[in-house]
Design a protein around this ligand. Structure first.
Ligand code: CA
Length: 581
């Protein structure tokens, strides 16, 4: 406490006026640079003080990593004390100013622009819906020519990738929509969130071998989201586009501005000239960027694009360009290009507002689509086609046109954003977050490392959506094991040499299979994952209906393939596009 008071006193000596001081609890940006470096102020998990219910608890993490806490009443008391002695400050501040440190910070009041350059970085996180690994014209792996589409045109993403880093092995936490979105926001896996499929689909099942678990289907109000932490440390935060995880909508979970608690149906009414609200989202984002810059505040903007949903809403002009393609393919090509145009407008806004130097831009997708010419499986399956997604990052210090081949997962974004913002995760978030920061990879893609609570990546899909049935997967080093719960069988692949998951190594590496199966099962127990349970009334002589869609390979064989031609729209669970998956 004494340390905190002394730091506040020091701050007051340097503050140009008392109003600036009073912004301290809510606006870390107002701290002089030398105090602000590495410091954060937040009132995160514990929204109120245990001893004084209703009063927010304020935490100050000083640059030397000392954690200090006080509640709101203590803060007011300290503030009043400092107000009383403020007249003395003038007498002593001249003496203090002789020290090199204070001299350096004298006149530290920064203009908004200066702050943007020196303070916490801005973050723009863009996520497409159902855009597969090969669903853009950006090659996602240097050795895999077909990791890009030769039909779809995304020149703005090409430009972004030429200025940033491509992650060749980035994963969505889930192979379906909402579970991925929640996992990004709270940093926890879909298995631990007990939300692995958008809806259980129990009613459509007839005589299944296993009964899938029910789904939670909303963000838990107790979750600490990264958006709340950013907000508490001075960020302005906005979420535009598809939310899809209920729980009261973005405004209840850390976003100052948002489009509400909306899902797929929302965007369907937006047609030419604003297909699925792509350009509306761009306009709102640019306005938010400009306002934040003018206020001298860092911002976080999440653009959860509705595209590629409602692809028939693409601009007529763009659709015309692809009229030689067949049916769905022409629509997906058109909406993909429209989305890319939206990405270009966002990038233009960043430059127009002179924010590039201090702004991170991340582009990715919420799940695979099965539209890759290379990857097996698709949406709703844990083959690479269901979970490997495009990912490009541009930002301060990132080498242009660079690659990172270390596996990352989108739940890594939470600690990454917090590290960029200089936020130390509160205890509750440390327990909750399974991802690790990718900052060191961005600094050095070869030597950097991601530190997570567990070294391996885990995926859990105890549901029926494809011919795979309930299954789970673990990726450890270059190996990936997929376990199928209906049969108890596992498949093992070396992703480094077999990205297509063609050569099953399970028979020849039995020890490794045993080891990975044990790790997978232990993980699922540790996070209390909800499992599919055997159906005691299952009758092998009666037909089974699981409502399966394409996109898997099938637990027992390779018959399903799932490696459709680029963007042919027939693989990867494209049926039922109007469903809420
Ligand atoms: Ca999706």
């Amino acid at each position: 406490m004494n340390v905190l008071i002394s730091k506040m006193m020091l701050y007051l000596f340097e503050a140009s006026n008392i109003e600036e001081f009073f912004r301290l609890p809510t606006n870390y940006c107002e701290l002089p640079t030398h105090l602000a470096k590495g410091a954060s102020i937040h009132s995160p998990a514990e929204k109120s003080d245990e001893n004084n219910p209703g009063l927010p608890r304020i935490r100050v993490l000083s640059p030397d990593a000392e954690r200090n806490e006080m509640n709101a009443s203590q803060y007011v008391a300290v503030s009043c004390l400092i107000l009383l002695i403020q007249p003395l400050c003038g007498l002593v501040s001249a003496e203090l100013a002789e020290s090199a440190e204070l001299t350096q910070s004298a006149g530290s009041a920064q203009s908004a622009e200066q702050h943007q350059q020196a303070g916490q970085p801005n973050i723009i996180f863009m996520m497409a819906d159902d855009q597969g690994w090969g669903g853009t014209s950006v090659q996602m792996h240097p050795d895999v020519a077909d990791s890009r589409s030769k039909i779809f045109r995304t020149p703005n993403l090409e430009s972004l990738s030429s200025e940033g880093m491509r992650f060749s092995q980035a994963y969505a936490p889930a192979s379906v929509c909402a579970p991925t979105r929640l996992s990004i926001l709270n940093g926890q896996s879909p298995a631990a969130n007990h939300w692995t499929k958008v809806a259980s689909g129990l009613r459509s099942l007839r005589n299944p071998k296993m009964w899938p678990p029910k789904q939670v289907r909303r963000i838990d109000p107790k979750d600490v989201t990264f958006a709340e932490l950013l907000q508490s440390s001075g960020y302005r935060t906005a979420h535009y586009g598809k939310w899809h995880i209920s729980g009261g909508g973005p405004g209840k979970h850390g976003f100052d501005e948002h489009d509400g608690d909306i899902g797929n149906e929302y965007a369907e009414r937006f047609k030419d000239p604003n297909p699925v609200d792509i350009f509306g989202m761009c306009e709102r984002a640019e306005k938010f960027m400009a306002e934040s810059r003018d206020a001298g505040k860092p911002f976080y903007i999440q653009l959860s694009w509705h595209a590629l949903h409602a692809s028939s809403n693409a601009l007529k002009e763009t659709t015309e360009k692809y009229r030689n393609l067949r049916g769905r393919q022409s629509r997906f090509a058109a909406i993909t290009e429209d989305l890319d145009t939206g990405v270009g407008r966002i990038l233009e806004s960043v430059d127009k507002l002179d924010l590039r130097k201090n702004t991170w831009v991340i582009y990715t997708s919420d799940n695979g689509s099965g539209s890759s010419q290379v990857l097996a499986g698709g949406k709703g399956s844990l083959w690479e086609g269901g979970i490997r997604v495009p990912m490009i990052v541009r930002g301060p210090g990132v080498e242009a046109n660079s690659w990172c081949h270390t596996p990352v997962v989108l739940s890594d974004m939470y600690p990454t954003f917090c590290e960029w913002a200089g936020i130390e995760l509160p205890e509750k978030a440390v327990e909750q977050v399974e991802g690790g920061s990718i900052v060191s990879l961005l600094n050095d893609p070869d030597k950097g490392q991601v530190t997570r609570a567990r070294k391996e990546l885990y995926f859990h899909f105890p549901n029926y959506q494809t011919s795979d049935g309930p299954h789970s997967a673990i990726i450890a080093d270059e190996y990936k094991l997929i376990h199928f719960w209906e049969t108890g069988d596992s498949r093992l692949f070396n992703l480094a040499s077999d990205i297509q998951e063609k050569k099953d190594l399970a028979a020849e590496k039995k020890d490794l299979v045993e080891d990975l199966e044990a790790r997978l099962k232990k993980y699922l127990e540790d996070v209390d994952a909800h499992m599919a349970e055997p159906n005691p009334k299952y009758d092998p002589n009666v037909a089974t209906q699981t409502g399966q869609r394409r996109g898997g390979r099938g637990a027992g064989g390779r018959g399903m393939g799932g490696r459709g031609g680029q963007g042919n729209g027939r693989r990867g669970g494209r049926r039922n596009r109007r469903s809420s998956q």
